[in-house]
Structures are given as C-alpha cells and as structure tokens.
Ligand binder design. Structure first.
Ligand code: SAH
Length: 225
C-alpha cells in the first residue's frame, strides 16, 4: 500500500486541530486566523528534533539563538490586525517563516525581512514547501522597513524594540496598523500604532517577551544580547 505523503496534513492533523481548540479556549475568536493555523504545518517550521512538540502552545528554539513564537502570540497578533484579505503587509523578523505563511493565507501580499541569512534561507525553503506564492523575502535590517514597496496596510514586528522604529511608522499606509513589542530586553509591552486621518495613535495591549530587535532603529548589536 502506498504511504501518503505528508503534505501538511497526515500524521499531525489531529494535533493541529487540538492546537486550534486550545487557542479558541484561550480567547482567539477570529475564524480566518484559526483556519490559517489549521491549514499551516507548524512542524515544518521547527527543527526536526522538536517536531513532536510543534503543536504545543509554546515557543521553541529555531537555531541562531532565536525562537519561533508561541502560537497564541501569532494568533493574537493576526487578530489585532483585523485583516480583510486585500492588504499588503510587512513582517520584520521572518524567523522560522511560520507567521509569514499564516499571513500569506490572510492577506494579498506579504513582504518579510530577516537579519540572519541562515534563518532566512531555512524559512525560504519552508515557505516554498508550504506552497505560499504571495511572499517576498529580504535579508537585512528590518528596522528601516522596506521602502521600495511602502506604504503597508499592516506591519508586524516579531522582536522586542527599545522604542517604536520611526521608519516603520513612516511606511504605514493611511488607516494602517503597526504591531511592535516595546520595552527592555527582558519584557515588552505589545503596542498597536494606528495611522488615521494622518494622525498617529498608540495603544498598549499586553506584556510579552520577545528576542531583541537588533538594528539601526532597534538595539545595538552588543546591547541586545
Ligand atoms: N515570527 C517569527 C519570530 C522569530 S524571532 C517566528 O515565529 O518564527 C524574531 C526574529 O527577528 C529573529 O529571527 C531575529 O533574527 C529577527 N530580527 C531581529 N532583529 C531584526 C531586524 N532588525 N531585522 C530583521 N529581523 C530581525
């Protein structure tokens, strides 16, 4: 008998359904976000030795001192953006590429920047394997944004910043939202920045813990460690 190829379903489907149920119990309500999580094989975005833990609601190490965020954090981020499906979005900190693929299901175009080339390469392969076609990746300092394709309807920063990076505010479209964790190296406050009628407002959401955002509008390379 032919063995089914694991194209993202297969052996992990039950675990993924249980993760979606856990997220629902923890208060995630946006059905399109829950559906994106149900469709995305998180086990392909973690190191092989950690695959058995891929559907726990926990962050996991992905190498180079970085982590794939906890699924609840990704779900909360995506829910806060109130996406319609037509957006052009910029992600800072591709990391594993998992959130990049969730975004690819939820918006029209995804641009994502990662500063560590080795992670960007791994992410590129995992994103391709997931079949996402509307994703553009770049290696470099995401704190300066990606001017070429600006403005963006939404910008997500997946690492903790000492302050809101001004270039990202500048590259936000009218009516757009920027999510960025701001604080010290140990703990940050997730902030939503909104641009409406040319005015910029900020709102604190919840305390979170992220790896540091390193770059010209982030932590200095030595400070961040
Ligand atoms: N959402 C990702 C988060 C990865 S951790 C995931 O769940 O996989 C945050 C990532 O931000 C790390 O890979 C880190 O290398 C990257 N990063 C930190 N500072 C950056 C910068 N200035 N520009 C781009 N990426 C950055």
């Amino acid at each position: 008998m032919a063995r089914p190829v694991d194209s993202g379903g297969g052996e992990f489907r039950g675990a993924r359904e249980r993760l979606v149920e856990t997220l629902r119990e923890k208060g995630i309500r946006d059905l399109s976000v829950l559906r994106a999580i149900e469709m995305t094989p998180r086990h392909n975005f973690v190191p092989t030795g950690l695959r058995h833990r891929a559907y726990e609601d926990a962050p996991l190490p992905i190498g180079n001192g970085q982590t794939i965020s906890q699924p609840w954090v990704h779900a909360r981020y995506l829910e806060l953006l109130e996406l319609k499906g037509t957006e052009k979005v910029l992600e800072i900190g591709t990391g594993s590429g998992y959130q990049t693929v969730l975004l690819s299901h939820l918006v029209a175009q995804v641009f994502s920047i990662e500063r560590i080339a080795a992670l960007a390469q791994q992410a590129r392969e995992a994103i391709q394997r997931a079949g996402a076609r509307n994703v553009n990746l770049s290696i470099g300092d995401g704190t300066v944004g990606w001017r070429e394709y600006a403005p963006y309807d939404a910008i997500l920063v997946g690492a903790g910043a000492p302050a809101i990076p001004q270039p990202l505010v500048d590259q936000l479209a009218e009516g757009g939202r920027l999510l960025v964790p701001v604080g010290d190296r140990e703990e940050q406050q997730l902030v939503v920045v909104q641009k409406k009628d040319g005015k910029v407002t900020t709102r604190d959401i919840a305390p979170m813990r992220f790896v540091p955002l390193l770059g010209s509008h982030g932590w200095g390379i030595d400070e961040g460690r």
